[in-house]
Design a protein around this ligand. Structure first.
Ligand SMILES: [Zn+2]
Length: 261
């Protein structure tokens, strides 16, 4: 390798190390984007309805324990599934569907979405979609939750094109159950913050989730006692003003923010 080539290559490496990749799409701002209805954090309404979501499954130990609790309480939840785990534990997904729960796409490999390329977003979502809906049913509800809840302008553009609704969670309803803060703390966090239209974030995988299972046994009867109806995300979305446009891929021209075209 000639000296000049070596100098150019090391300058390039230094530039990448110092400044990161040159093309980097920013994370969207909730206050700019929420009104368009493509990314949902919660669905405020007068109805005492809330949704409980579980991420990162299916899990061979904890998902079935959670399903048992939900069954006992007669409650339906929404599970955001990782494709490579769906391949490993398809029976658990079958049980989720058979028992009336809702499933959503949580990518195939759970990559970071901070600087993800559009191509990788397509690959990650389609691979999992193929597992969740091999027959390509027209009534398949396309809910997507990005890993870490990260939505960039780039990924939003792609996910919209793929026909997905991006479901995040209420900021006051993340009890960080994956850090195992204690059963009571998880339950207290959810119950003291609860509001109509909340989307609660829990995890059925990624480690020991016995605190999540135990907290659920406290939360579900208490929420019912408080008059809340626990529904799936799709049912909650029916309260959303933009619900009727759910499956539309195009937004009205004048309402399109500059980066969604
Ligand atoms: Zn996740």
């Amino acid at each position: 390798m000639s000296t000049i080539v070596r100098v150019i290559v090391s300058m390039f490496i230094c530039h990448v190390l110092l400044f990161g990749p040159t093309v980097y799409a920013g994370v969207v701002n909730r206050f700019e984007i929420e009104k368009y209805g493509d990314v949902i954090w919660e669905v405020p309404s007068n109805k005492k309805q809330i949704a409980i979501t579980f991420d990162d499954g299916p899990d061979p130990v904890y998902t079935s324990q959670i399903l048992d609790v939900l069954k006992e309480e007669g409650v339906h939840a929404t599970f955001f599934l990782i494709g490579k785990r769906v391949e490993k534990y398809p029976e658990i997904v079958k049980r989720e569907l058979k028992e009336g729960h809702e499933i959503g796409n949580h990518t195939y490999n759970h990559p970071s979405f901070h600087a993800i390329s559009r191509h990788k977003v397509v690959v990650e979502t389609r691979k999992t979609e193929h597992l969740l809906d091999p027959g390509h049913h027209t009534d398949y509800i396309k809910l997507f939750r990005p890993p870490g809840g990260t939505v960039t302008e780039n990924s939003l553009k792609v996910l919209k094109k793929e026909g997905y609704k991006i479901i995040l969670w209420s900021w006051h309803q993340d009890p960080r159950d994956w850090t195992n803060p204690g059963t009571d703390r998880i339950a207290r966090h959810i119950l003291t913050n609860i509001k109509n239209g909340d989307i609660i974030l829990l995890h059925d995988s990624g480690g020991n989730r016995s605190q999540t299972v135990a907290a659920l046994k406290i939360i579900l009867p208490k929420l019912k006692q408080m008059g809340y109806e626990i529904v799936t995300v799709d049912e909650l979305l029916k309260m959303h003003p933009r619900y009727n446009e759910f499956h539309e891929t195009e937004m009205k021209k004048e309402e399109v923010p500059s980066f969604i075209e």
